[in-house]
Design a binder for this molecule. Structure first.
Ligand SMILES: [Zn+2]
Length: 104
């Protein structure tokens, strides 16, 4: 009896908003994310190579206050929607806050 090693699968990715292409060899379901040069460094998902898609930014329209939010060109971004021919995905940028605990 001989053992045969299977080659890990190769998945090719491309970004709808910049020229970046990449290859992953992950066996589990996954999405390739990257800091996109075309979107000012926002972390957005790539799509499988050959899939027509676009990224659509959604600005946050409510009061930001002291929350730490993701900015694009100085404007707060709530999410990026990746729109494909057969569906869409949404990447949400949840705001965060600072909390300090003083113990005396
Ligand atoms: Zn990109």
């Amino acid at each position: 009896m001989t053992a045969h090693l299977l080659a890990p699968p190769e998945r090719r990715w491309e970004c709808p908003s910049c020229d970046l292409q990449d290859v992953t060899h992950e066996t589990r379901p996954h999405a390739r994310m990257h800091s996109c040069a075309g979107l000012g460094g926002l972390t957005v998902p790539m799509v499988p190579a050959g899939v027509r898609a676009e990224h659509r930014l959604v600005e946050r329209e409510d009061y930001v206050g002291r929350e730490q939010v993701q900015l694009h060109e100085g404007r707060p971004v709530m999410n990026v929607t990746t729109i494909r021919d057969e569906g869409q995905d949404c990447t949400v940028y949840a705001p965060s806050v600072d909390a300090r605990l003083s113990v005396s």
